[in-house]
Each structure stands twice: as structure tokens, then as C-alpha cells.
Design a protein around this ligand. Sequence first.
Ligand SMILES: Cc1cc2nc3c(=O)[nH]c(=O)nc-3n(C[C@H](O)[C@H](O)[C@H](O)COP(=O)(O)OP(=O)(O)OC[C@H]3O[C@@H](n4cnc5c(N)ncnc54)[C@H](O)[C@@H]3O)c2cc1C
Length: 395
Amino acid sequence: MLDVVICGAGVAGCALAIHLRRQGLGVLVVGRSPAARPVGEHLPPHARPLLTELGVWADFLSDGHLRCPGVRSAWGSDQIEARDFIFTPFGDGWNLDRARFNRRLAHSARQAGAEVDDPAALTALERTPYGWQVDILRNGGRASRACRLVVDATGRASALARRLGSSRIADDRLIAVAGWLASAASGHDHTLLLEAVPQGWWYSTPLPDHTQIAVWMTDPPLRLDKPRALQALWRDHLARTTHIRQRVAGCTLVGEMLVRPANTYRMEPPFGESWLAVGDAAAALDPLSSMGIFRALTSAHSAAAAIARHLRGDPAALDDYATTMQRGFAEQMTMRMWAYRQEQRWADQPFWRARHTASSAGSVEEHPADRDRRGVAVVGGAGGIAHDLPGRNAV
Ligand SMILES: Cc1cc2nc3c(=O)[nH]c(=O)nc-3n(C[C@H](O)[C@H](O)[C@H](O)COP(=O)(O)OP(=O)(O)OC[C@H]3O[C@@H](n4cnc5c(N)ncnc54)[C@H](O)[C@@H]3O)c2cc1C
């Protein structure tokens, strides 16, 4: 019998598998690669100790991620403020080749002795006296495995937690509208650029594949079912920016645009009898702080300690994990509000007004429209919008 089955082979799932293997536990990770293109993720310098602890830092350095020397932001005023990573003890940040980063972590989990089935789907789970019996579909075949505990590491899908009765408590309805641009003259500016605008904010960063991404973070209502109109709106709002527009001047839009949910929420409860959630499956903050991957790594670290205690018979272990995660989330919510309050130029605009008032991912139930839009929408290309939602029978 396995000790733990982890559903989701992303950052949190693979990091957790490595930590659990080090405690001598039997682990299976059931995953499938994300359907959509990653949206230009940045890894801050202080993630380095966590990657070192996982034993992946040396390989990370040779994986072709782009060094990022700092963040420049026009936030609270039209003037750019620069934050240079040279002043951090951990060196540069990184603009990730996210698919490669995920593959690296999955490879390290296998090397640590975890089974990693990807692509595979957890199609059914049933409680047993010792824990769970789970059904897995892979390579067209089915397998049934027994385990003591299951973990939801499915990211924003929170697929397992929802299935086990957890609800999403959302703080906002932020979405990311992302376009990739082929650089006319990409230059050597590898910084992450942020710019606040009346209806939200933008970020732009060069990526390891030599494209540049420009992402508009805003609130619906946007007509997600009208790709051409959405692309026109993105272009129109891009033209109204000052710094982002300058950075991408002369670049051409390549490939499809993407719309992704990027809101702040937590799942309640984040654990139950013989299960818990890690990373975005448990809680997520909007990407303003670029802390999602860091949070996924730290939650995997805490979850591993809690699971080991739980499997040794400590009845308070999962409760303690949830308390620690909720405390961290509350602190980050306070920092998030502080950051949004630094921008007062459009305090009367709905986007900013909503973020200046006290909230706590505890007050707003998930908006019904968002319940149907948990996955990604692909805009452009063939002209349609494809939702990437879990299949009816799969977790
Ligand atoms: C627009 C945007 C920009 C962002 N920018 C940054 C940034 O710059 N820096 C940063 O640190 N963070 C950023 N984030 C956040 C970051 O992407 C997440 O916080 C992080 O990936 C969470 O890791 P995770 O392992 O919990 O989830 P994920 O990385 O999402 O991994 C979940 C995995 O589970 C798989 N999965 C889903 N459903 C199932 C299922 N039913 N069965 C099996 N597998 C399943 C998925 O395919 C995926 O592989 C951003 C997020 C958004 C939306």
C-alpha cells in the first residue's frame, strides 16, 4: 500500500513528493501537463534556498531560464521606480521556462523514488478503513491503488478538494489577459516591468523563448466569448499605457492570446479526514507579488511535515498545517492590501476602490460566473474559446 497519492504534478505536487520520499514514505504523483501556455512567470531571488533544499538548484541553473536583474514599476506615480536584485543576498530573480521547470521538478521527484504518472488521471476514489482506494487511468489502461492519504495539488482547479466538499471563498474576480510578442529589438532589458492603470495593472517581461509577454490584469465584465473584441480591447488598453507600450513598441503579436483566472481565494476547509490541499489548490493570491511558486514550495514543505506526523498517528497534525497556512495567507493578504493602497491616483475607479477596502478572502463567495471559468480560455488562433475544465468523471 502507498502512503500518499498526490493529484497534480506541478510545483507543489512534485516538491511535496520529494520531501515525503526523504521521510521514507511511499508516494505516487498523478498528473497531467497544463493545457495552456504558461503566462510568463517570474521566480523571485528568495526562492533559491527552497530549490537548494530540494536539491534542484544546480540543475535549475543549466535549464535555460532567463536571469532577471530586478523589477521596475510605475505604481503610485507615473515615474518608474527600480528595485535591483543586486541588493538581495540570493542574487538575481528568474524569468522561467515554466514547462521546463515543471519537468525538472517531476524528474527530481522520480529520482527521489516517487512514482510519477504523467499524463494520467485519477478517475475515482473511495474511502476504505485504512484510507483510500483510488482508480487511475494512464496510457489507456486502468490501475487501482490503495493509499493512506490523498493530496490535492491540482492548482487553481482544486479538483480533489471540491470533490471532497471544500468550497472556494474568493476575494475578487481578477483575470489576466495575456499576449505574446515577437521582439523587434528585444535589447538587454530583462527586468520585470509593472504599470498601474485606471482599470487594473500590466506586467511585461522577456521570456527564455525570446518572446516578450504583456499581460493586462483587470476585472470582468469582459466578453470572454468574443475573441476579436477582447483582442481589440487589449490593444486599446495597451495603447493607453506609458511604459509597457514603450517597451513593446515595434513588436508584433504572435500566437494566441490567453485569458486566465488570477483571483485571490482560499478553499474552506483546506483539509479533511485523510486528505489535504497544497499550493494553489488550497489558496492563491493574485500575481502582484510574484509569490505563487514560492508559496507552493513553502506549502509543500509544511504539508510534508504535517503528513509525516499524521501518518505516525498525531491527530493534530493536519489541523496545525491548516492553521499555519491560514496565518501565512492572512499576512500576505495584509501585504497585498498595503501594495494596492500605494496606488491612489484612481481611488474612485471600481478596480482600485474594491482593493482599497478591507476584505479577507473570507467575505465574498465565489462568483457564479467564475465557477464556470476555472480553467483557461484560449483566444484568437482558430477564433474560438476553449475551456480547460476537468472532465465530468475525472478528479
Ligand atoms: C497570470 C498569472 C501570473 C502569475 N505569475 C506568477 C509569477 O510571476 N511568479 C510566481 O511565483 N507565480 C505566479 N503565478 C502563480 C503561479 O502560477 C502559481 O501560484 C503556482 O503555479 C502554483 O503552483 P501549484 O503547484 O500549486 O499549481 P500548478 O503549478 O497550477 O500545478 C497544478 C498541476 O496540476 C495539474 N492538474 C490540474 N487538474 C488536474 C487533475 N484533475 N488531475 C491531475 N492533474 C491536474 C495541472 O495541469 C498542473 O500541472 C501567476 C499566476 C497567474 C494566473
